[in-house]
Design a protein around this ligand. Sequence first.
Ligand code: FAD
Length: 307
Amino acid sequence: MNVARRLDPSWRTALEQLQPGELRFDEPLAPWCSIRAGGHAEALVRPASPQQLVELLKLAHAGGIPVSTLGGGANTLVGDGGVPGITLKLPADFVPEQLEPGRITLGGGSAITRLITVMKQQQRVGAEFLAGIPGTLGGAVTMNAGTKHGECMSIVEAVELATPAGLGWVDAAQLPHEYRHTSLPPGAIVTRVRFVLPEGDLEASKAQMDLDLAYRKRTQPLSQPNFGSVFTNPKGDFAGRLIEAVQLKGHTLGRAQFSMLHANWIVNLGGATAADVTALMDLATLRVREAHGIALHPEVKRIGVFL
Ligand SMILES: Cc1cc2nc3c(=O)[nH]c(=O)nc-3n(C[C@H](O)[C@H](O)[C@H](O)COP(=O)(O)OP(=O)(O)OC[C@H]3O[C@@H](n4cnc5c(N)ncnc54)[C@H](O)[C@@H]3O)c2cc1C
């Protein structure tokens, strides 16, 4: 599906002249998102370096071109009307990896699995709870991704951010964070993340990850396109329990379904649109509010135009 609003052709030319890295116009975004739904990016840009990214942000800022950021797309729903302006996606090899004793610095576009691999190589521990969570480190910081065993920001020392004003490091302590959310300055892009990981019991670390991955395989519909938990858990309760209690487990609208395996997960049965997914989310929000007086809040981020 095409984007609802197109860039002024002069910006298309300015973007091409900037040579901001890999540049594709009218790029389908469904293949870049784990739920495999949604429309096209008006312009998908993959800058090759932080400097190139800053130049791109300057151009967008000066021209009033909207910028949306996609990491691994494991927590994002793209509207069927597509994403106007620039959709940014940092490559995995955007910056060189940096290893110091006890510290691992990786790019914002690197996969979370890369952190786990490097942690093991460096014989460090502490990031076990991130094993099995898909996506990038930029996404993990923004979402403060984690499980009941820990959350991303607890092992981050500092992040490098890009804005139209340039690049700069910010201590994690300066970035307010809570359950599934980190407050970044508006429009800031995470370009590098520095983790502090201690020495520890490597066998116990491996055993914990094996246990978590086996649990995920048993309890999550990993063979179908999905974007993990749809709603955050209300304090003292579980979104999945509430959705099940209003008889929506397994409920299907269009080609999207609340998973039979885990009620707080929506799966794409093949050919689902973002509208199918949104309709299911709206239905659950309504039913849970009516039945329990509890407001469900989406964990999933939406970008683009929803028709
Ligand atoms: C099978 C499955 C299991 C999951 N399990 C868990 C789990 O156990 N715990 C959990 O917390 N989550 C889980 N998730 C959700 C998801 O994996 C996490 O939220 C992850 O952190 C998303 O990373 P991403 O790079 O894919 O982010 P995206 O979905 O691409 O983006 C998420 C948000 O981060 C922003 N963003 C991405 N990169 C950057 C950047 N470089 N700079 C600034 N902003 C950026 C985006 O604009 C968006 O607002 C799961 C998802 C799936 C599909």
